[in-house]
Design a protein. Structure first.
Length: 293
């Protein structure tokens, strides 16, 4: 099964159920160590929070880990000497191990970008007062699957946790990428802040990875989405717990409702791509992937 995004409708495959998980996690089992807690302790905490999958993405090393009840996706957080961080994932951890010997982002993208079996995410673009990834950096580069549109840890650090501005910018330029929301967990204070919720036939590493690669998932900091569907040119998002649902195109709100469901006719929208946000209490948000108008 090819891992390609159907931008007209990333949610076309409606089989299976929704499974929640985190891709950006650091543990104390790695050299350094990268986090405060062991992989086993982290896994138990995520199980208590209702997660079905997890990736350990320690800095410049592959932390090998397996679990009976969680689908584990092998991962590495690659760090450039110039500062950029990139999440790189593969069902076969041996495939991505050589990434730690690369010291240049463009070389990393050249070696691993665009590969069916590898998922590449540019992490926390708006971290630091001088952002990790500027708009022109994102626009000029190719080979990555998506960006972190929300990083929970950056709530506690300099910079902005939300990078949807750059996500919208890329789409407005005709270069849509997938959006991911992760904890970037280093300890108990950064566990369970954000999640990716995939729709998959079963909670296996293979099914979860395919959904993450093809866009059949939404991101959330707490608001659940019940359904996302496209029928012809009409896209409908249902989120019973949301206080507001918005459709956005070209970085602006094009439709807004305080009801539990929002539908929009994409043929009546002049922009290239449309996405949806479901807003909940205390600022919690869920984001769908982009739909080609």
């Amino acid at each position: 099964m090819p891992n390609e995004v159907n931008w007209r409708n990333p949610y076309e495959d409606r089989t299976g159920s929704w499974y929640k998980g985190n891709l950006h996690t650091h543990c104390s089992d790695s050299p350094g160590p990268c986090g405060d807690d062991t992989a086993a302790e982290i896994a138990e905490t995520y199980l208590e929070k209702g997660h079905g999958f997890l990736a350990l993405s320690d800095h410049m090393c592959l932390t090998e880990f397996s679990h009976e009840r969680l689908a584990i996706i092998p991962g590495i957080e690659w760090n450039a000497p110039s500062g950029q961080h990139t999440g790189i994932y593969c069902l076969d951890g041996e495939v991505i191990k050589p990434a730690v010997d690369i010291d240049n982002l463009d070389t990393l993208l050249e070696e691993f970008g665009g590969r069916d079996e590898v998922l590449l995410i540019l992490n926390h673009p708006n971290w630091q007062l001088v952002p990790h990834y500027r708009r022109e950096d994102l626009e000029s580069r190719t080979g990555y699957d998506g960006i972190e549109i929300y990083n929970g840890l950056i709530e506690l650090l300099p910079g902005l946790p939300d990078s949807t501005d750059k996500w919208d910018y890329l789409a407005s330029k005709g270069k849509p990428v997938l959006g991911y929301a992760n904890d970037d967990a280093h300890g108990a204070n950064s566990l369970g802040l954000a999640a990716n919720v995939v729709r998959a036939a079963e909670p296996t590493p293979e099914a979860v990875f395919h959904a993450l690669k093809t866009g059949n998932f939404y991101c959330t900091t707490g608001v659940p989405i019940e359904d996302i569907r496209r029928e012809g040119d009409t896209v409908t998002v249902t989120a019973p717990d949301a206080a507001r649902i918005r459709a956005k195109g070209n970085g602006r709100i094009i439709k807004d409702t305080e009801a539990a469901e929002l539908s929009i006719d994409l043929s009546a929208h002049g922009g290239k791509y449309v996405r949806f946000e479901a807003k909940g209490e205390k600022g919690s948000t869920a984001w769908t992937q982009m739909f080609k108008a």
